[in-house]
Design a protein around this ligand. Sequence first.
Ligand code: B12
Length: 213
Amino acid sequence: MMDNLKYYSEKLESAILSLDKNEAQKIFEDAFNLGTPILIAGELVSKTLKKVGDSWEKGNLALSQVYMSGIICEELIDKILPPQSSDRISQPKMAIGVFEDYHLLGKRIVYSTLRASGFELTDLGGGLSVETLVDVVVKENIKILLLSVLMLPSALRIKELKKKLSGIDVKVIVGGAPFRFDEKLWKEIEADGYGKDSSDAITIVTQLMEEMK
Ligand code: B12
């Protein structure tokens, strides 16, 4: 599986960097033999975009190439991920969003994975501020808040969000690049949990629901 994933990831990287959307879609379709669409979306896209990002960091690619890679993958994910399961899992109120920035892909994958697995949750979108989140949590009575955070300064500001939410019965679960770089960071910023990918999100949410019963 991992060898095959590496093979498809290399092919996908070369297709997206040459802006060949049709070829990228064909690679996605071929890769489906390896697992479920969600697994492919999470693993293949995550790994490939991480490689693209690393090359950009080393100065080997232009930001526009990173940008277009993101756009192409976003379109492909839209096409392949199931919109929702008909069999919703009853649960405390849950929402997901991108804290402060607009790196939307990871959130999109976690959202679709949870919905496809039967969980009901609200998509709050991107660019969410501390104030907006506190407002939504209170007004909508959100019990589980899943936040995708891609920029380090934003990750550090989760601590401020947690302070403003103190006394309110809500669990804040985080995920995204800064937490993948430093696996201790989520504890330092006082989040209630951290998931490295969408399957972690399912495990965490299932566990929290058990605890909240
Ligand atoms: C693609 C990308 C972009 C695209 C975004 C396209 C889009 N529509 O989303 C574009 C080109 C627009 C972009 C712009 C910028 N980017 Co950018 N970008 C990336 C890159 C290469 C990949 C991110 C991505 O989409 N990955 C694929 C998804 C599927 O993976 P993921 O987000 O990690 O999500 C997975 C897990 O983390 C997890 N997960 C995610 N969220 C959650 C939430 C929960 C609750 C759970 C449980 C799990 C979970 O599950 C997901 C599925 O497996 C990263 C590099 C990286 N290593 O992440 C940089 C990166 C995030 N970007 C960075 C920067 C600096 C920027 C810019 C400021 C650049 C600039 N100078 O303009 C802008 C800011 C944009 C903004 N204001 O939002 C930096 C941040 C560095 C830092 N220290 O803060 C990074 C880390 C690159 C780097 N190493 O320097 N970017």
